[in-house]
Design a protein around this ligand. Structure first.
Ligand code: PLP
Length: 480
């Protein structure tokens, strides 16, 4: 590493990125390139001799940016947000600068200790019960994604029950979730060796606002017990991916406790909102949970990746995931005096991700982070009102946080009840390049999702988005 070259190139790169942010609204939000476009633009093999940075910048502008979907654009309303911020960016930069690999405490004590402290801070902001703090039996850990978080707790729960009932009972273990639970749970079950027929995907509908029904959960558990199976894991979601539905946490926690099951809460998206006192009640009952996760990289101004997971009893994770090879042995670990996060996750290596979360918490402060969340929810309310003001549209699920699910009402006797019509509306708005939305299917209907959460989104972007939607709807409906 040549420090002076880093200074020069680093300044040029920061200028480049700052200019990108200044002009971000000029790009089509959803990349409009065709599959394979890049192979036609780049050489078939790596250069033999070094090239100059300016040539790389030219290629980024001409060849890479056209293939970028601009997640940080203020006109981005698809999926869920994936926030960037100056604070998060600086933390990423610093992490890349140190480039340590903090799998054990000894490999960089500050990395482990800062992660422990920052996750305790965030747990206190969320008013998580004391059991989740590092001062108790639990603690927090940064995973790459919510999928990894779900996998590690499922493995911990599986091994915990198998220690009790014997390894041969793996085929009897049953997992419970709703048909709105993220597919990350299904993948985790596949990896954990849970028999596919033992993942209970329980039906939800509009009558329960797409939340899990307690009756259905209880009945299914009872019938599984009668069949000699072993219920061991419930995954509840606060803010489901399709419609931001909220499962009944307190009651599910009680059911899990009654049957001695592991209870995980996936609040990947909506967990961030729970730092605001007025939204904290959505996780009331979290004291019954064995684990709770949220993605700071979604709606919390922390650059990807930063998925935060807390457990009530860290020994569950450690018993499942620890290894102790000779080449990693050291005095601090041997004396049990430290946390070694390698034993709380799948990989060995890990980045210094707590830096960016620390910078976000310090450079914003709790009050500003709360205002940030509230502002997006206000903008989503505004959008919801615009939808309800136009009789051609309908809101199809209650809006709880910053996600609005809506559709164009199909004309009477429409063959597929608006499926094709709304699909066409989505294609039309996204290929305009002006805004980017994604979709889901709820109760068999094709639904558009409008998720507010990009840091640069302001009132004017909501108005523009609405205009784009209205114009495209008018054009489409002419042909119906
Ligand atoms: N859980 C929920 C509720 C989500 O909405 C998502 C992604 O949007 C995930 C889990 C998966 O997140 P990740 O990409 O961090 O694995």
């Amino acid at each position: 590493m040549d420090a002076e070259q880093l200074r020069e190139y680093g300044h040029r790169m920061v200028d480049f990125i700052a200019d990108y942010y200044k002009s971000i609204e000029s790009f089509p939000v959803l990349s409009q390139v065709k599959p394979g476009y890049l192979a036609e633009l780049l050489p078939e093999s790596a250069p033999n001799d070094p090239e100059c940075l300016q040539d790389v910048f030219d290629d980024i502008l001409q060849k890479i940016i056209p293939g970028i979907t601009h997640w940080q654009s203020p006109d981005y309303f698809a999926y869920f947000p994936s926030n960037s911020s100056t604070a998060g960016f600086l933390g990423e930069m610093l992490s890349a600068g140190f480039n340590i690999v903090g799998f054990s405490w000894v490999t960089s004590p500050a990395a482990t200790e800062l992660e422990v402290i920052v996750l305790d801070w965030l747990a206190k902001m969320l008013k998580l019960p004391n059991q989740f703090l590092s001062t108790g039996k639990g603690g927090g850990v940064i995973q790459g994604t919510a999928s990894e978080a779900i996998l590690v707790v499922l493995l911990a729960a599986r091994d915990k029950i198998l220690r009790k009932v014997g390894k041969k009972s793996l085929e009897k273990l049953v997992v419970y979730a709703s048909d709105q639970t993220h597919s990350a749970l299904q993948k985790a079950c596949q990896i954990a060796g849970i028999f596919p027929e033992n993942l209970r995907v329980l039906k939800t509908d509009l009558t329960s606002n797409y939340a899990l029904s307690l009756e259905v959960v209880s009945e299914t558990i009872s019938s599984d017990l009668s069949a000699g199976l072993i219920p061991f894991f419930i995954c509840a979601t606060v803010g489901t991916t399709s419609s931001a539905a909220v499962d009944p946490i307190s009651e599910l926690g009680k059911i899990a406790k009654a049957f001695n099951m592991w209870f995980h809460i996936d609040a990947a998206y909506a967990g961030s909102a729970c730092i605001c006192p007025e939204y904290r009640h959505y996780i009331d009952g979290v004291e019954e949970a064995d684990s709770f996760g949220m993605n700071a990289h979604k709606w919390f101004l922390t650059n990807f990746d930063c998925s935060v997971l807390w457990v009530q009893d860290r020994s569950d994770l450690i018993q499942s995931l620890s290894t102790n090879p000779e080449y990693l042995k050291n005095k601090a670990s041997q004396e049990n005096a430290v946390v070694d996060f390698k034993d709380w996750q799948i990989p060995l290596g890990r980045r210094f991700r707590s830096l960016k979360l620390w910078l976000v918490l310090r450079l914003y402060g709790v009050a500003n982070l709360q205002s940030y969340i509230r502002n997006h929810i206000r903008l989503a309310e505004q959008f919801e009102q615009l939808i309800t003001s136009d009789s051609r549209f309908e809101v199809v699920a209650p809006r709880t946080f910053s996600l609005v699910c809506f559709r164009l009402i199909p004309p009477p006797n429409d063959q597929d009840n608006g499926y094709k019509l709304n699909h066409s509306l989505l294609d039309a708005v996204n290929s305009s390049g002006k805004i980017f939305l994604s979709h889901t299917v709820l109760s068999g209907n094709f639904i558009l999702r409008f998720a507010v959460g990009a840091p640069l989104t302001e009132d004017r972007h909501i108005k523009t988005a609405w205009q784009v939607l209205q114009d495209q709807a008018t054009t489409l409906l002419k042909d119906y």
